[in-house]
Design a protein around this ligand. Structure first.
Ligand SMILES: *Cc1c(COP(=O)(O)O)cnc(C)c1O
Length: 387
């Protein structure tokens, strides 16, 4: 199909039933029936491509997966109950005891906990590379290294990694490159076009975009997805049909929503850049961003997250949070409602202060997930709280 992104997002749809419904129905069914003994045998033998049990596949999940595959330029995918289920199952399906993960240091907090607190139990080791020192990555590759893992933009520092450069390193050493593309969404950035093998999303963020459901998805190379599928259909992290149905609907409006998120975020970042109570502002599409050129090359727009540091450290930070009126104090992001987070005391509080410093999180740092309210109201709430 030669249709554009927006058209595919709206028009990709599983087969209609005999009722010829316009909008896709919800398939709340745990299992599917067979015509006869031979049909059942052939289905279990995988001679037929069909639904058997919703832990394996379900029409609503299939539609969601097809949409994301089209958006990301991926061959196949599997949908999960949460972003973390996608991250865990992807690693667990592809790695063996003794393997080594080479990961960017700035990754989602729970992913960091997975690598540091849980994978060592199964003798799966990791090293972290600094995102401002990609030239040092090759020296960290060992014979046990199986994959390179990164997010871009990063959370919460909104740093940008050069995906093409990472893919070249991965190819040279025959490693898989896996990118968590959650902060960009498939509308702004498609890591597979730069050479990634797999792309992971938390569907909970911009994909749903309205703070309603948890979801995750991994898409990419068919041979790798097949391994992930075989692991997941046994271990059971499947996405519920209801959430899949919701997500597939949400994707119809992804482009429209993300365009507005990005317009609002750029306006807010520009406003904060000139603010007397602010030390620094980071947003990928601000010229002052250290990787502005890379961001321009690999992203369609800068995303919904703006990071900045309030003058006056922790005390000023607390006062700022107490004075916020309209915006939500919450840990989510990519929601229609603007959200303010203080990473040092919440999402990244489990890191030591040295670990926080290494990923660019200071005590006065604030992360804003810019929502879909009118930008004048967003700016005025933040400006008031800063003053
Ligand atoms: C939220 C998030 C996750 C985890 O997703 P859940 O749906 O909360 O499990 C993983 N990676 C990134 C970058 C995220 O923002």
């Amino acid at each position: 199909m030669n249709h554009k992104f927006e058209t595919n997002a709206v028009r990709t749809q599983i087969e209609r039933t005999q009722f010829l419904e316009h909008s896709v129905p919800l398939y709340l069914t745990s299992s599917f029936v067979f015509e006869d003994a031979e049909d059942m045998r052939a289905s279990f033998a995988e001679e037929k491509d069909r639904n058997i049990y919703s832990r394996y596949s379900n029409p609503n999940s299939t539609e969601f997966i097809r949409k994301v595959c089209q958006m990301e330029g991926a061959e196949d995918g599997f949908a999960f109950a949460s972003g973390m289920a996608a991250v865990f199952s992807t690693f667990a399906a592809l790695l063996e005891s003794g393997d080594h993960i080479l990961s960017a240091r700035s990754i989602f907090g729970s992913t960091h906990s997975l690598l540091t607190n849980f994978f060592p139990k199964w003798n799966i080791d990791h090293s972290y590379f600094r995102i401002d020192a990609l030239e040092k990555i090759e020296a960290m590759i060992t014979p046990k290294t199986k994959l390179i893992y990164a997010e871009s933009p990063t959370n919460p520092g909104v740093d940008i990694l050069d995906l093409e450069a990472l893919a070249k390193i991965a190819k040279r050493h025959n490693l898989m490159l896996i990118i968590d593309n959650c902060f960009a969404s498939p509308y702004l950035q498609q890591p597979i076009t730069f050479g990634a093998d797999l792309v992971i999303h938390s569907g909970t963020k911009l994909m749903d975009g309205q703070g309603r459901v948890l979801a995750g998805i991994t898409v990419g190379r068919r041979d790798l997805i097949d391994k992930i599928y075989r692991f997941s259909r046994i271990t059971g992290p499947a996405l519920s049909p209801f959430n899949a149905w919701m997500l597939s609907k949400s994707l119809e409006t992804l482009a429209v929503r993300v365009d507005r998120h990005c317009n609002n975020a750029l306006k807010l970042a520009t406003f904060l850049e000139g603010h007397e109570k602010v030390n620094w502002v980071k947003y990928p599409f601000l010229k002052s961003h250290p990787n502005y050129e890379v961001a321009k090359r690999q992203m369609k727009a800068g995303g919904c997250v703006v990071a900045f540091e309030i003058k006056g450290g922790k005390k000023a930070g607390r006062e700022f949070f107490d004075k916020i009126g309209l915006l939500s104090l919450s840990a989510n992001l990519g929601d229609s409602r603007s959200i303010v987070t203080h990473p040092a005391s919440t999402t990244h509080s489990k890191l030591s202060s040295e670990e926080r410093a290494a990923v660019g999180i200071s005590d006065g740092m604030v992360r804003i997930s810019v929502g879909l309210e009118h930008i004048d109201d967003i700016i005025s709430d933040i400006d008031h709280a800063l003053r």
